[in-house]
Design a protein around this ligand. Structure first.
Ligand code: B12
Length: 228
C-alpha cells in the first residue's frame, strides 16, 4: 500500500524502534522505500530519533533492560536495510569517523555494547561491531581492516577488565596508538580505571558515548532530553 512520506511517517518509524516492533519497523522501512523515502532521512529522522530517545529514557530510568535490548535489535534491522540502499544509491551518509567496537575476551555480554553501537551509528559514526568475546589480535586486525579512527571496548565483568589495558599496550607495540582514539565502557569501568590503562575516554551510557566521542573527534551537536 502506498504511504505518504511526512512527519507522521518518520514518527511512526521512530516509535517502531522505541516499541521494539521489528515487523512494524521493517514494514515501514520497505513501504517508505517503495514510496520514495530518502534512506538517509529515514535513518536520521526515524530510526536515529527512536534509538536516541530510548537511550535517554533508559538512562533516566523511564524504561528498562528488555525494552532497551528490543529497541537496539529493531534499530539494527531497519538500519541494515537502509544502509544497503544508501550504499547502492551512492549518497553519502555523514560520517564523523569509523569505530570498531566489541566486548572483550572472556565476556559475552552483548546488550550494552550493541546499544552503544546502534546509538553511535544513529549519530553519524560508521560502526563496525565485531561482537563479543573478542581477543586482542582480533581487535587490532579489525582496526587495520577498517582503517578505523576509534576503538570501543566493552566489559561488564571485573575479571577481564585488564585485557582492555593489554589491547591498548598492543596498539602501542604495533605503532597504531597515535592514530586511534580509545573509548571504553561497561558497568565496572570507572574514569580512574580508564585513566590507569591510558584510554582517551569512558562512556557511562550510550548518550555519554556520543558526547565523549564527539569531544574526541571535534563534533558539535545538540542531544535529546528524556521524556517525562
Ligand atoms: C543481562 C545480563 C546477562 C546476560 C547477558 C545477555 C546478553 N546477550 O548480553 C547473561 C544471562 C548471558 C549473563 C551472563 C553472565 N553474567 Co551477567 N548480567 C546481565 C545483567 C543483568 C544486565 C547487563 C545489561 O545488559 N545491562 C544493560 C546494558 C544497557 O547496560 P550496560 O551493559 O552496562 O551498558 C551500558 C553502559 O555500561 C555503557 N557501555 C557498555 N559498553 C560500552 C562500551 C563503550 C565503548 C561505551 C562507550 C559505553 C559502554 O553503555 C551501555 C548503554 O547504556 C547484569 C546486571 C546489571 N544490572 O548490570 C549482569 C552482570 C553484568 N552479569 C554478571 C555475571 C557474573 C555474569 C556471568 C559470569 C554469570 C555466570 N556465573 O555465568 C555470565 C557471564 C559469562 C561470560 N563469560 O560473559 C555480573 C558481573 C559481576 C562482575 N562485576 O564481574 C553482573 C553485574 C550481575 C551481578 N550483579 O552479579 N548476564
Amino acid at each position: 500500500m502506498a504511504i505518504t512520506i511526512d512527519e507522521a511517517y518518520f514518527d511512526a518509524l521512530a516509535d517502531s524502534v522505541i516499541d521494539g516492533e521489528d515487523e512494524d519497523c521493517v514494514r515501514l522501512v520497505n513501504d517508505g522505500l517503495e514510496a520514495g523515502v530518502d534512506p538517509l532521512e529515514a535513518v536520521e529522522k526515524g530510526l536515529a530519533k527512536g534509538i536516541n530517545q530510548v537511550g535517554v529514557d533508559f538512562g533516566a530510568g523511564v524504561i528498562f533492560l528488555p525494552e532497551l535490548a528490543m529497541a537496539a535489535d529493531t534499530m539494527k534491522m531497519g538500519a541494515a536495510i537502509l544502509d544497503e540502499k544508501i550504499r547502492e544509491s551512492g549518497s553519502k551518509r555523514m560520517s564523523h569517523g569509523t569505530i570498531v567496537i566489541g566486548t572483550i575476551k572472556g565476556d559475552i555480554h552483548d546488550i550494552g555494547k550493541s546499544v552503544v553501537a546502534a546509538v553511535l551509528q544513529a549519530n553519524g559514526y560508521n560502526v563496525v561491531d565485531i561482537g563479543i568475546d573478542v581477543d586482542i589480535d582480533t581487535f587490532i586486525q579489525a582496526l587495520k581492516d577498517n582503517n578505523a579512527d576509534v576503538l570501543g571496548m566493552s566489559t561488564l565483568l571485573t575479571l577481564p577488565l585488564m585485557t582492555m589495558g593489554e589491547v591498548i599496550e598492543k596498539l602501542k607495540e604495533v605503532g597504531m596508538r597515535d592514530k586511534i582514539k580509545v573509548i571504553v565502557g561497561g558497568c565496572p569501568v570507572t574514569q580512574e580505571f580508564a585513566d590507569e590503562i591510558g584510554a582517551d575516554a569512558v562512556g557511562f551510557d550510550a548518550q555519554d558515548a556520543v558526547v565523549k566521542l564527539d569531544g574526541l573527534m571535534g563534533v558539535n551537536r545538540q542531544v535529546a532530553v528524556a521524556r517525562g
